[in-house]
Design a protein around this ligand. Structure first.
Ligand code: AFP
Length: 327
């Protein structure tokens, strides 16, 4: 049985990277434990604050954020931390070589109803060692990520990770407290008949996305000539996990519901790390036209439309958008 520690020893070229990943995944064990206790750990409900996106924070959002921040601030390799929950990045150790970004608790509306939530993380290089990190240091395209992953706190706790051109998965063994390797080469089939979208936003979408979903709903009777099935976890981490396990398409498209925002999902904390995992598992990730990993960020909290998953299906959506842009 290979553990995460064995895996990192064998595969991580940089000991600093192993060390920071270990810090994040150790905090993941604490979050997983709190979630298991649920109401008994007094973690449910609102914390009474709003985050930088103007959303209500849940108690566990705040706790998970603080746990990660505290642990990473103590890690000598970590030069700075950016969290979906905090307005500005927090400088950590100026001599560190890595920057860590995270969504401490993705899918927070699921906490109180005992459904899947997760922690998503992304690790970038730090180029100004010796000086305190600033927000601008984090503004690197997703293709610069040194590692990315998520912890899914579901019926079991699972870690998906990429530190090279491969994607691997571990399951947290509640008896030993170790992350045990369960898949050493995650691959996504190019074709799928399963898709995930919050269809209640239909009237806010652009015409090509409406056309795409109309085609899927028409199934056998329409141009696609086969039936499709829907799944929606309301936590991207759950939907991406399903896609890494059995393929599929996930989209939170551009919509006009959030004026002046390009979509709901955050580029740096959600779209970039998930896109790296998906691409390295053989899938594709786009904002409907451009590769997500090539987007040059201008703000650590910027939002982006997301279409990711099985390659042929993602390309189908992209082609519809490109054709529409040229018509
Ligand atoms: P929260 O973490 O704020 O609950 O948002 C989760 C999320 O960003 C993403 O993980 C889901 O796919 C998406 O929002 C769900 O959005 P809807 O509530 O609009 O379906």
């Amino acid at each position: 049985m290979s553990t995460l520690a064995n895996y990192l020893d064998a595969h991580a070229k940089d000991p600093a990277l192993s060390n920071v990943i270990t810090t994040v995944t150790e905090v993941g064990k604490t979050i997983s434990g709190l979630l298991k206790k649920g109401a008994l750990a007094d973690i449910l409900g609102e914390a009474g604050n709003q985050n930088v996106q103007g959303e209500e924070q849940k108690k566990l959002d705040v706790l998970a954020n603080d746990l990660l921040l505290d642990a990473l601030a103590k890690n000598t390799h970590c030069a700075g931390v950016a969290s979906e929950e905090l307005d500005d990045a927090t400088p950590a150790n100026a001599d560190g070589s890595l920057l860590v970004l995270f969504d401490p608790l993705d899918g927070s509306s699921n906490i109180d109803i005992n459904m899947a939530v997760g922690t998503i993380f992304s690790i970038l290089p730090y180029e100004r060692q010796g000086q305190n990190s600033e927000n601008s240091d984090f503004l690197q395209a997703g293709n610069q990520q040194l590692a990315a992953g998520y912890l899914l706190y579901g019926t079991s706790t699972v870690l998906a990770l990429t530190i090279d051109d491969n994607v691997v998965m571990f399951s947290l063994d509640p008896d030993s407290g170790d992350y045990i390797l369960i898949n050493d080469h995650v691959q996504i089939a190019a074709d799928t008949s399963e898709y995930a979208i919050n269809a209640s936003n239909y009237r806010y979408w652009l015409a090509p996305m409406q056309q795409y979903i109309d085609e899927l709903i028409a199934g056998k009777t329409g141009v696609r000539g086969r039936d499709f099935n829907t799944r929606w976890v309301a936590a991207m981490v759950g939907d991406v996990h399903r896609i890494l396990c059995r393929g599929g398409l996930f989209t939170y498209p551009f919509d006009t519901k959030y004026p002046n925002k390009a979509g709901k999902l955050r580029l740096m904390y959600e779209a970039n790390p998930m896109s790296l995992l998906i691409e390295r598992a053989g899938g594709a990730a786009t904002d409907a036209i451009n590769r997500i990993l090539d987007i040059e960020p201008t703000d650590i909290h910027q939002r982006v439309p997301v279409v990711l998953g099985s390659k042929n299906e993602v390309n189908y959506v992209k082609d519809l958008h490109v054709q529409h842009a040229h018509s």
